[in-house]
Design a protein around this ligand. Structure first.
Ligand code: ATP
Length: 274
């Protein structure tokens, strides 16, 4: 019955300092999260509670990291699920999984003595896609259950529950999800600019021995259009090149090879899906 696949949560708390670049997104997100923290004031002033935050942007830009950091920032329990888990489920199973997710959030908050819970749903477009006359009956039920849960959240509830959804296809979402009082706060998590790329490279270089000749700024300069995930992968590939050469340090030459490797890898991926 309760065969749930909620992903095990990382024990290491992720904080906003561990996320490179994305300064605007982090600022906007923290502002929104203050609504969760200042719940008494919100209630006193009769402000509608914040229920849903939508993180939008290309893959690998740190949306999942943002959701985890949000839980850390607000001292909330964190639960995660992905829209793709709901694909090909029997009718009704998706809906009951959503119900379980909310139930588990409340139980865990009580058990861990936390005042709030954040439920993160990655690829929310899979369940919240535009409805087209009942063709996707199962997704409709799942989506309806999600809407019911969202509508059932009240300011005075304990624990306070916040849903964070992530998508890279915002235009695909059903407008019912985006109505005021549902996912009405949208935060764009875009590809990093040069400064952001440098920040991300530095974060992922922290536990790595870099040679004196390394110029991460030059790497940030030539990795236009790289996502955070690609930059993380670049640092890792560079370390592998260094190991192959039996080198104690990661040098600029290893980083340059890794830039090419990640770029080429992307191209091959794209070609193979043609
Ligand atoms: P997807 O849409 O594919 O689920 P996402 O936007 O949720 O992607 P994450 O899962 O948060 O991306 O990022 C994947 C990995 O890439 C992270 O675990 C991290 O190593 C690295 N990464 C991505 N963005 C950043 C960032 N801004 N700062 C540091 N690391 C990052």
């Amino acid at each position: 019955t309760a065969e749930r696949k909620t992903r095990a949560q990382a024990p290491k708390p992720m904080s906003f300092e561990d996320i490179g670049g994305q300064e605007r997104a982090k600022r906007e997100l923290k502002e929104a999260l203050d609504f969760l923290i200042r719940a008494e004031d919100i209630q006193r002033l009769g402000i509608r509670p914040l229920k849903g935050i939508l993180l939008t942007g290309p893959p690998g830009t740190g949306k999942t990291l943002m959701a985890k950091a949000s839980a850390h920032y607000t001292n909330s329990v964190f639960l995660a699920a992905s829209g793709s888990e709901f694909v090909e489920m029997y009718v009704g199973v998706g809906a009951s999984r959503i119900r379980d997710l909310f139930k588990e959030a409340r139980t865990r908050a009580a058990k861990e003595n936390k005042e709030s819970a954040i439920i993160f749903i990655d690829e929310i477009d899979v369940i919240g896609g535009k409805r087209d006359g009942g063709q996707h009956k199962e997704y409709d039920q799942t989506l309806n259950q999600l809407l019911t849960e969202l509508d059932g959240i009240h300011t005075a509830d304990a624990p306070r529950i916040l849903i964070m959804g992530a998508t890279n296809r915002k235009e695909m979402l059903d407008s019912a999800l985006l109505r005021p009082g549902r996912f009405d706060r949208h935060i764009e998590v875009d590809l990093p600019d040069k400064k952001g790329r440098l920040h991300i490279l530095n974060i992922h270089a922290k536990n790595k021995p870099l040679a004196d000749n390394v110029n991460l700024e030059a790497i940030a300069q030539e990795t236009f259009h790289f996502s955070g995930a690609q930059l993380e992968s670049l640092m890792n590939e560079a370390a592998i090149y260094a190991m192959r050469e039996e080198s104690d340090f990661i040098g600029q030459q290893h980083l340059s090879l890794a830039v090419d490797k990640v770029m080429l890898g992307e191209k091959t991926d794209r070609e193979s899906t043609k």
